[in-house]
Design a protein around this ligand. Structure first.
Ligand code: FES
Ligand code: FES
Length: 154
């Protein structure tokens, strides 16, 4: 498969990267850029573990080719808060106990960010719709909904 050079912004930093045309954005982030906070679950667009923001839109990075991100702005979980200063959404997830194994959490946080950027004070139905593409095997969804509501109020 032939390679192409793409230029994109990842978490605010401009990058110029050679990538094979058939590789996904998920592959680029994890295997090339070492941004392993973005998780691989199903690999088929069904679980949301690989969620990132692409020009502000929530996408499943396993379904996006890396070359489709050429010229775009990508935000991964590494670009949301820092270890010292968690983003209010991350803090809300911790405070209400919405994290167990944590595998879904990066995707949930990105989905929440996309939702609150669009609708700062969502209803419960809007929250559930906003997170409907993100699956969690551990935590009750009610805690996750509570975390989103808390984040909206912070
Ligand atoms: Fe991409 Fe499941 S790994 S949606
Ligand atoms: Fe384990 Fe959601 S906390 S999958």
């Amino acid at each position: 498969m032939s390679e192409r050079t793409i230029k994109l912004t990842i978490n605010g930093k401009l990058a110029s990267i050679n990538v094979e045309e058939d590789k996904t954005l998920l592959y680029l982030l994890r295997e090339v850029m070492g941004l392993t906070g973005t998780k691989e679950g199903c690999g088929e667009g069904d679980c949301g573990a690989c969620s990132v923001l692409l020009d502000g839109e929530l996408v499943n990075s396993c379904l996006v080719l890396a070359i489709q991100a050429d010229g775009k702005d990508v935000i991964t979980i590494e670009g949301v808060g820092t270890e010292e200063h968690l983003h209010p959404i991350q803090q809300a997830f911790i405070n209400v106990g919405a994290v167990q194994c944590g595998y879904c959490t990066p995707g949930m946080v990105l989905a929440t960010k996309a939702l609150l950027d669009r609708i700062p004070q969502p209803t419960e139905e809007e929250i559930r719709r906003g997170l409907s593409g993100n699956l969690c095997r551990c935590t009750g969804y009610q805690k996750i909904v509570d975390a989103v509501r808390k984040a909206a109020d912070s």
